[in-house]
Design a protein around this ligand. Structure first.
Ligand code: NAI
Length: 347
């Protein structure tokens, strides 16, 4: 592990095996400097144990940066469970995972991520209190983070368009949304309310049909959505979609979407830096979800407090874009530098 390029002096990486349930998992705590290492649990069928470890290392560092930039008193962590998990073992697997989280004594706080649902987290919660993303109790904040993520992405798009051409509204702005899941679907609703013209794609025809009917969006083939002639490209599906080649072929002005780890590699960062594109770093614009998850876990906040914090993503993105332009530095590198600086200053 020490030789993996994604190892970044992570504080602890725990391998979890439970023979009885069949659970195999990795829990990576990148940093607890700002608070408990918080980040979701992903269930995925990795090609090899190493691929899962690499994902946990990369994603946990991303959570440290995301939480730091969002001003949350949380460090960064992430868990991966190695799939597939047979349906009749699922409950036992998440019970065992909850017990493993509990053994970390509050230094890692889990929640849902790809492949994991609220009901899985309810099973985890039988074993540990270091869990968030549970159903919202009446009168408290929390629940499904996706609408909050979508709202934060909207705020980022608004300020990026202001920077791009001085616009103060989104009337008639053309946006291509890749992925119409929990976040992409909600984002389309928010954009349509503001008069944006939407182009959308998703492998699920029912999701495409529902969004087109609700928002007047036009459906585009999956392999064409990234390359539309639009003001904004909003990736809300998978990570790693922006390769140098893709970046060279884009017809957008702004890239601003929810997907984690949009830039495939260093070559993609370099291609971005050499282009005229305005890129809003993914972990800055998509922090709405962790903001509400943190409020649920830490307590003491109202819904209005949470919405204020999510809306603050707008000015944060504006500052970041303005500073990157002023200093003529790549915005993704600047965000990494600022996030790492916040953690170091707290250390
Ligand atoms: P989701 O699983 O609900 O939706 C993803 C959608 O993308 C699905 O509808 C899927 O069919 C579609 N999709 C998959 N491959 C595609 C392709 N090639 N082209 C077009 N669409 C494709 O996931 P969710 O929760 O909406 O998250 C979307 C992205 O945002 C993910 O990358 C996630 O990591 C990230 N994110 C989500 C947050 C949340 O609050 N849910 C918070 C922060 C980041």
């Amino acid at each position: 592990m020490l030789n993996l390029p994604d190892f970044d002096d992570h504080e602890a990486v725990t391998w979890v095996s439970d023979r009885k349930s069949g659970l195999r998992a990795v829990i990576a705590q990148h940093s607890t400097v700002l608070g408990p290492a918080a980040g979701g649990c992903r269930l995925w069928s990795y090609g090899s144990p190493e691929a899962g470890v690499v994902d946990a290392l990369r994603l946990s560092r991303g959570m440290s940066y995301k939480n730091a930039m969002a001003g949350l008193p949380l460090g960064g962590g992430k868990a991966v469970i190695f799939g597939p998990v047979p349906a009749d073992q699922r409950e036992a697997v998440f019970e065992a995972f909850g017990a493993a989280v509990e053994r970390l004594a509050g230094r890692y706080v889990t929640a849902e991520d790809v492949g994991v649902s609220v009901s899985d987290m309810q099973i985890v919660a039988r074993q540990t209190r270091a869990v968030s993303g549970l159903p919202r109790a009446s009168g408290s904040v929390g629940g499904d983070p996706s609408p909050y993520t979508a709202r934060g992405v909207l705020r980022g798009i608004e300020v990026a368009m202001r920077q791009a051409d001085g616009r103060t509204d989104l009337e008639g702005v053309r946006v291509a949304v890749q992925g119409l899941g929990s976040v992409g679907g909600a984002l389309c609703g928010l954009l349509a309310e503001r008069g944006a013209k939407l182009l959308v794609a998703d492998p699920h025809p029912d999701r495409v049909a529902a969004v087109c009917e609700a928002t007047g969006a036009k459906a585009v083939p999956l392999d064409a959505i990234l390359f539309q002639d639009v003001d904004v490209l909003a990736p809300c599906a998978l990570g790693g979609i922006l390769t140098a080649e893709v970046i060279g072929a884009l017809n957008a002005t702004v890239i601003a979407g929810a997907a984690n780890n949009q830039l495939a590699d260093r070559a993609a960062s370099a291609a971005l830096a050499a282009s005229d594109l305005i890129y809003v770093p993914d972990y800055v614009i998509n922090a709405g979800g962790i903001i509400v998850v943190a409020a649920e876990y830490l307590g003491g906040q109202t819904e209005a407090d949470v919405l204020d914090r999510v809306d603050a993503i707008g000015p944060r993105v504006a500052d970041l874009l303005a500073r990157a332009a002023r200093e003529a530095v790549p915005v993704d590198a600047l965000a990494d530098q600022l996030a790492a600086g916040l953690i170091e200053a707290a250390r």
